[in-house]
Ligand binder design. Structure first.
Ligand code: S3P
Length: 757
């Protein structure tokens, strides 16, 4: 008998996985591959097999993927600690009943079926107390080939396995099933049984059904010979899975009938829309469907997965930067489009009457989340392609209810601005986001919107998701903003477009005014007077035809600091937006003695733009004037790096807003700087940073970005004055605002390597 660990109650009943004897019942592709994988990795004590077909057992022994074959199912179960039922779907419930007649005390049973409900019903009927050890599972791996001859030891590597634990399960049992799959390299996710069957009906069963049906239909066509002879790309790609095992798929369609029919109904409706669009030559409808599908396929796989697989996805695929000393900063570069303006171009372009072309659009995840949200609300948007986006505006009242929650990823701007717009719609909307966004405070927009008559629910403490109930006529308010926030101001102005009367926002300090500028550019009157901004509801937005998005000064900031602190550096940053509500970083760096000049100043689409030249300079520490804080609010992470390379101390106060950004930027930066040997002191509303004039200011070490793009990029810049490598963890979110950061940093001489794990 295997030794038992006796630490905690649930775990105590079951052995450690490495001590387990695993019985695999059914040596098809799935069971055979599991045996092969366990064998190859030597992760359990023994692999026993049982199959109705003695030939398969012999073959498995010959291939060396099993240790022994059971004489009977009963003998196999008696010898095993874990029983894996890997028989066809329609045979699964029967197999569950058969296994239930044996003594299952202290054993764990799992299955691999692609539909779970029938199996669970059968187990509940006959497992009794042994249900504590029955943990259903489903590896999302396969091949159009079937049988033991197709078994592959690497079939599960980096593939997902969905485990659907039952409330009756002992903790130790589900842990053991998790270990089984993780030991063969799979990524284990958990789901509820019913949800599993719904999801699989859409992601697997429906596509197989369509592939079989399409090939069958075309095979019956009188030109089928020609169709198949010349069928390359599209047909072949779309129908690869039509070569899959007929029995298995027949069984799946029978077993998951209800969920599959539901999915098929949804699909038929979609197909009818496409049919009508093609029949009527409705280009706008066709383009809408095609562009929505294309972007969903290309850009949102990750986000869509994050929606349904939130926990496991966020713990996956982490990107680490290794930033090495010895880099330089010389050359000319153009950083990507402004994030704030990109968000607004989609929102206001969608709400304008007519077509708007956007150029210079930031193809970062945040702005793409906004783009997708408007697509989900029925707006036809082409692109982005090389920063070009075409938006077919639907007018202020033309948005449609989205099919599900709008997932906004990491984008605080999207959530706060859209809260204002959504509060005024006729339909309900739920706004959700990633882990970081789900922690950020939303009452700053929810409270004033409620004063305007909106109905919004949040989770505790005013955190997302926001459930916004439609159908409320808003009324204008006169609002004294408690904090200097462009997001709050913009949210209320956007709600104000729909409100009765005037909406007035009084800001305590100047904040970025892109919303006001863009509204004016689209023909909507905005009054602005000494920090008092107002709109009258009930107007309309005319298309500006073209919105040119300048480069983002917040992204340029990393290179303004790089060019200042690196030895013998000179950078020219082209086409950067220098809206006076955003240039705090230039003012602060110049106060610190930076050598920054603005060249070729011009106005582009209502926003001032310049080429910015920066050369190395010995910076000096300063007390940062508080009135500059909102004008440089996103740039402090990299400004703290600059301050570390200055002569004397730098003091920042009045910046408590930094604590509620994508991470607590005061703490994240203080911790990272401390890890690199800088004795920065975090203050409740700022930071004290001691300067250093040595070439090697920063020790090497590991810092955590806390998933915050600007923290990650700031520490990459620090490498220009580091004595050793700086490892920066959790950098994937750089893609939210600056997708080509590593390439551009490289192109001007930074020594930066990206690794994925
Ligand atoms: C933004 C406003 C700022 C800024 C954010 C973008 C905007 O936030 O930090 O990155 O586009 O309006 P607050 O308004 O919360 O200060």
């Amino acid at each position: 008998m295997s030794s038992l660990s006796a630490k905690s109650s649930g775990v105590a009943m079951f052995p450690e996985f490495k001590e387990c004897r695993v019985l695999i019942v059914g040596l098809g592709l799935i069971g055979g591959s599991l045996a092969a994988a366990l064998k190859k990795r030597h992760v359990c004590r023994e692999i026993i097999a049982w199959d109705r077909d003695p030939q398969s057992l012999i073959l498995a022994k010959e291939k060396g993927i099993t240790d022994s074959s059971a004489d009977s199912l009963e003998a196999g179960v008696a010898a095993a600690d874990i029983v894996v039922l890997a028989v066809p779907v329609l045979a699964m419930a029967e197999m569950v009943r058969a296994v239930a007649t044996f003594n299952l005390a202290g054993k764990v049973v799992t299955d691999v079926g692609s539909c779970k409900q029938d199996v669970v019903v059968a187990a509940r009927e006959c497992f009794g107390d042994a249900l504590a050890g029955f943990v259903p599972g489903h590896p999302i791996a396969g091949s159009e080939k079937s049988g033991i001859t197709a078994a592959k030891a690497d079939l599960y590597e980096a593939h997902k396995v969905i485990v659907t634990p039952l409330p009756e399960n002992a903790v130790g049992a589900s842990r053991l099933v998790r270990s089984l799959w993780e030991s063969v390299g799979a990524l284990v996710l958990e789901m509820e049984v019913e949800h599993h069957d719904q999801v699989l009906a859409r992601t697997s069963h429906l596509p197989h059904l369509l592939a079989f049906s399409l090939v069958d239909t075309l095979a019956g066509d009188r030109d089928s010979q020609d169709i198949f002879r010349y069928a390359a790309g599209g047909f072949r790609d779309f129908t690869r899975i039509a070569a899959s095992d007929p029995t298995m798929w027949h069984d799946v369609f029978v077993a998951n009938r209800d969920a599959l029919l539901e999915a098929l109904d949804e699909f038929s409706q979609g197909l009818q829309h496409m049919y009508a669009a093609v029949e009527q030559g409705d280009s706008r409808a066709m383009t809408g469907i095609i562009t929505r599908a294309k972007s969903a396929r290309e850009h949102f796989t990750r986000m869509l997965e994050s929606q349904s697989y939130l926990k496991s996805m966020s713990s996956q695929s982490s990107i680490t930067y290794v930033a090495r000393p010895g880099g330089t900063a010389t050359g000319t570069l153009r950083v990507p489009g402004d994030k704030s303006i990109s968000h607004r171009s989609i929102m206001l372009g969608a709400l304008a009457d007519g077509k708007t072309e956007v150029t210079g659009f930031l193809e970062g995840e945040d702005a793409l989340a906004t783009l997708q949200a408007f697509r989900d609300m029925g707006v036809v948007i082409e692109g982005p392609s090389d920063g070009r986006v075409t938006i077919y505006g639907v007018g202020l009242h033309g948005l449609q209810a989205p099919p599900g929650p709008l997932y906004l990823g990491n984008a605080g701007t999207a959530m706060r601005l859209m809260a204002g717009l959504m509060a005024a719609q006729k339909f309900d909307v739920t706004l959700t986001g990633d882990e970081s966004l789900s922690r950020r405070p939303m009452n700053r927009v929810v409270n004033p919107l409620r004063e305007m008559g909106a109905e919004i629910e949040t989770t505790e403490g005013g955190r997302p998701p926001l459930v916004i109930r439609g159908g409320h006529q808003l009324s204008g308010i006169d609002y004294d903003m408690p904090m200097a926030s462009a997001q709050v101001k913009s949210c209320l102005l956007l709600a104000g477009l729909y409100a009765d009367g005037e909406t007035v926002v009084q800001e305590p300090g100047i904040t970025r005014d892109h919303t006001e500028r863009m509204l004016s550019g689209l023909g909507y009157q905005v009054a602005s007077d000494g920090g008092r901004v107002s709109v009258q509801g009930g107007g309309r937005l005319t298309s500006a035809e073209v919105i040119e998005v300048p480069s983002d000064i917040s992204s340029a900031a990393f290179f303004l600091v790089a060019g200042s602190i690196a030895k013998d550096a000179e950078l020219l940053l082209s086409h950067v937006g220098i809206n006076p509500t955003r240039t705090g970083v230039i003012d602060i760096l110049q106060l610190m003695g930076a050598d920054i000049t603005l060249e070729n100043q011009r106005e582009v689409g209502g926003e001032p733009v310049a080429d910015i030249r920066v050369r190395s300079a010995q910076l000096k520490g300063i007390e940062i004037p508080e009135e500059l804080v909102p004008l440089a609010i996103d740039e402090f992470p990299v400004l703290f790096v600059a301050a570390s390379c200055a002569e004397g101390d730098t003091l920042l106060k009045g910046a408590e807003e930094l604590r509620v950004k994508e991470s607590d930027r005061i703490q994240s930066m203080a911790d990272g700087l401390n890890a690199l040997g800088i004795k920065a002191v975090a203050l409740p509303d700022g930071m004290k940073v001691p300067g250093c004039t040595d070439q090697g200011v920063f020790a090497g070490g590991t810092v955590h970005s806390h998933g915050d793009h600007r923290i990650a990029m700031a520490f990459a810049v620090a490498s220009l004055r580091a004595r050793d490598d700086i490892r920066i963890l959790d950098c994937a979110n750089v893609a939210t605002s600056f997708p080509n950061f590593v390439d551009l940093a490289h192109s001007v001489g930074l020594n930066l390597v990206e690794t994925e794990s």
